[in-house]
Design a protein around this ligand. Structure first.
Ligand code: ZN
Length: 101
């Protein structure tokens, strides 16, 4: 049976379904390993990666701000507790001095 082969050139454009960026520079046409059919291999969208990094950075900055607020509150609690302890020590010293008189 004769086999006819014909080459057809197809122009396609590839866009990220998430952000809409063009991915033609990040896409290659290849053949599948097992079946040998044409396929388009698309790398992860750089714009989406940068957006994800930015989102994570903002989340981390918010968390850092929250933790810094907690630390400030704890330092204030420690200072207040140290002041209370100092007052109690002074009171005990005063009572001891009065009892010794
Ligand atoms: Zn994208």
């Amino acid at each position: 049976m004769p086999r006819i082969e014909e080459t057809i050139e197809i122009d396609i454009e590839v866009y990220c379904a998430t952000c809409g960026s063009g991915l033609c520079g990040q896409s290659t046409v290849t053949k599948t390993y097992n079946r040998g059919v044409h396929s388009v291999r698309v790398e992860v969208c750089d714009e989406c990666i940068q957006n994800a990094i930015s989102d994570v950075r903002h989340d981390l900055e918010d968390k850092i701000d929250e933790l810094e607020g907690i630390i400030v509150g704890l330092k204030e609690d420690i200072c207040e507790n140290e002041h209370i302890i100092k007052n109690q020590e002074d009171t005990i010293l005063d009572l001891n001095n009065k009892l010794n008189i």
